[in-house]
Design a protein around this ligand. Sequence first.
Ligand SMILES: [Fe+2]
Length: 241
Amino acid sequence: MPSEITRREALSGAGVGAALGVLSTILPGSAFAAGKSEDNAVDLLKLPALPYPDDALEPVIDKETVKIHHGKHFAGYIAGLNKNLEALAKARESGKFDDIKCISKDLAFNASGVVLHWIYFSTIGPVSSKAPTGKLLELINRDFGSFETFWKQFAAATKTVEASGWGVLAWEPFSKKLMIMQAEKHQNLTSWGAMPLMVCDVWEHAYYLKYQNRRPEYVDNFAKIINWPKVEERLVTYCSI
Ligand SMILES: [Fe+2]
């Protein structure tokens, strides 16, 4: 883990600073509030504690999967991001950018992995309201016709992500509309500028212990643990709707 000075230097670096500036504004607030600084930015470089016990998502997601997913995989992306930022700080210091292509590729992978896991763990929970309400429901009805139609499209997109990836409900800020995307790995097939609101992790590490190759069953059950008020909080807090 780098020192605070190194972190600040890394975060203020050209290019990378811009990328993380975007990331810092799209992270959830209260559930993972421990890492927030005075200017309301979230510390992406430390693993936040889960906002619920690791058996709280049973029976949809088993305790062991949550423990490994959060403590090993999410932690791994954060460690990777720290390493990438340190490498960039060293490159700037030495003026040698021979490895910039490799570091940039790793940085996109790890930073995207960190952001998506922040959203994933903070927009699911033991208590689901089953369906969105308020502004989020209004926009879902406007952009997808109904909540039922939205969920059919979201589930279909998520179940068919090729290999490892995500189903993503996002806010597209240019046309000011909601959209559903697939993401391969963490960072492929995404749309520039789109703000992720709710995500479903379909890497095998998210469901394999309990569901093995039955990804569709996991996605269907995932609907039972979405914390829709948190999703709406992201919409209202971080999007200019
Ligand atoms: Fe994951």
